[in-house]
Every structure is written in structure tokens, then in C-alpha cells.
Design a protein around this ligand. Structure first.
Ligand code: PGA
Length: 250
């Protein structure tokens, strides 16, 4: 099984056109991967969630109908006076199947390793999944500290009974910049991550994120150990996103 995650972030997406463009591409594609070959997850903002979930439920297109909806973030708190935050209990009650946690854009805004761990623990309590993101900055890459930095992020998260359900390696310098990480760079991080997971006996797909597009998806998916991708900008258009999905073979 391979995985493709769309992270729409705080962008406005016209849901009708996204759906139409996605389905038109799927219908015109000769060998679009089947739902048992490729799991597609869509992380929209919560305001679009209800409309999207109705569209998915009522769709006659088998691929669109199998899209799973996740949130982009979750609170580390149970409930109470936390203005603007959304609890894992709420995510579950409205039918979301999981959430991204530890995205670099949130880490930059104050989510340290401990908060990311607590968010993972809250999702786990509700029995819904996490997409756990890690990745180094350009400064860390250039000072040759990538390996120890990633290991620290992994160690800080994988403790007690918390572990990643899906793990996305996203070098910060490649996110939203159009700067693509080269395959050797991705491969060295991924083999280190897999070694860590194996030692801990954690069975979890490893994804790559950072300026993924229909142009570079084949090269990225050819890196040994990569089970899928997390896509930001190129997921905002249904046709482009379906084009990326069509190139992923299980
Ligand atoms: P990008 O975003 O594809 O626009 O680089 C990826 C991400 O933030 O997860």
C-alpha cells in the first residue's frame, strides 16, 4: 500500500472545482491506482470538512469516495479555555480519522517536541491516527547535524505507548520553496528513520514532503524505503493532485 496526503493548509480551495478536476483526471487516466493500492488522505481546514465529507459520502466515483479526511492539527489539551484550539475528541466526533502533528509550520510557532508528543498522545487516546512530521532546517543540514537532529525528534516522540502511524520526513528548507531535496539527501534521512523504527519495532510507512509535484514524484517514489508523499502547493488543484496520484504505483 502507498500513501498520498494533501495538506491544503490555510488556502482557499473551490471544493466543487477541486472535485470535478480530480474526478475528470481519474476518469481519463488508464491505470489510476485502486483504493487498496493507494490511500489518499486530505487535510483540509475544518470549515471545509463538513462539505467535503458530504461530497465524499455521496460521490459515485470510487476513488473520490475512498478519500480519507484528516485535520491539520489538534490540541494537546483535553478541553477548556483554549481559544481557537480543537480537541482530538472533537475531531473524532465529527468523523475525522486523524491529524497531522509536528508540521514545521507549527513547530516554528511554538510546538516543541513535548507538545508534539502530547498531541500524539491525545490522538491515541481517541483511537485516531497521526501523521507525524519531522525535518531539519537548512542551518542544521549545513552544519552536518541532520542525523542527530532527526534522531532527537524521533526519540522525543516515540515513548510510552505513542508512535507514528504515518511518518513524514519534510526538510524545512524544501517546504513551499520549490527547492527540491535531492534523492541522496532523502535516501540518507529515510534509511536512518527506518533503522530507528526497526530498532523500536515500530511498523510505520515513511513519506516524503517538500515541493512534491507531478514533475518530481516518480524520482521521489523511486527512493528506497519511501511509501508515499505529503503534498502542499501541488494538492490545491484537483487535476494536479490526481496527476501526482496516478504516477504512484504500489
Ligand atoms: P509543499 O508543502 O508541497 O508546498 O512544499 C508540503 C508540506 O508543507 O507538507
Amino acid at each position: 500500500m502507498k500513501y498520498l496526503i494533501a495538506n491544503w493548509k490555510m488556502n482557499s480551495v473551490d471544493l466543487d472545482s477541486w472535485e470535478n478536476n480530480f474526478i475528470n483526471y481519474v476518469n481519463s487516466s488508464k491505470s489510476f491506482p485502486k483504493p487498496h493500492e493507494l490511500k489518499i488522505v486530505l487535510c483540509s481546514n475544518l470549515y471545509d470538512f463538513y462539505v467535503l465529507s458530504e461530497k465524499i459520502k455521496n460521490s459515485k466515483n470510487d476513488i473520490f469516495k475512498n478519500i480519507t479526511l484528516y485535520a491539520q492539527d489538534v490540541s494537546q489539551h483535553e478541553e477548556g479555555a483554549f481559544t481557537g484550539q480543537v480537541s482530538s475528541k472533537f475531531l473524532k466526533s465529527v468523523g475525522l480519522k486523524g491529524s497531522i502533528i509536528g508540521h514545521s509550520e507549527l513547530r516554528e510557532n511554538g510546538d516543541d517536541d513535548e507538545i508534539v508528543f502530547e498531541k500524539g498522545a491525545k490522538l491515541k487516546e481517541e483511537g485516531i491516527s497521526n501523521i507525524f512530521c519531522i525535518g531539519e532546517s537548512l542551518k542544521i543540514l549545513e552544519s552536518n547535524k541532520k542525523k542527530s537532529f532527526l534522531l532527537n525528534q524521533l526519540t522525543a516522540f516515540c515513548k510510552k505507548n505513542v508512535f507514528p502511524d504515518l511518518l513524514a520526513y519534510e526538510p524545512i528548507w524544501a517546504i513551499g520553496t520549490g527547492k527540491e531535496a535531492d534523492p541522496e539527501n532523502i535516501a540518507s534521512a529515510v534509511s536512518m528513520i527506518i533503522e530507528f523504527l526497526e530498532k523500536k519495532k515500530i511498523n510505520c510507512p515513511v513519506l516524503y514532503g517538500g515541493s512534491v509535484s507531478s514533475r518530481n514524484i516518480l524520482e521521489i517514489m523511486s527512493v528506497s524505503g519511501i511509501d508515499g508523499c505529503l503534498v502542499g502547493n501541488s494538492s490545491l488543484d484537483g487535476e494536479q493532485f490526481a496527476n501526482i496520484a496516478s504516477k504512484i504505483k504500489s
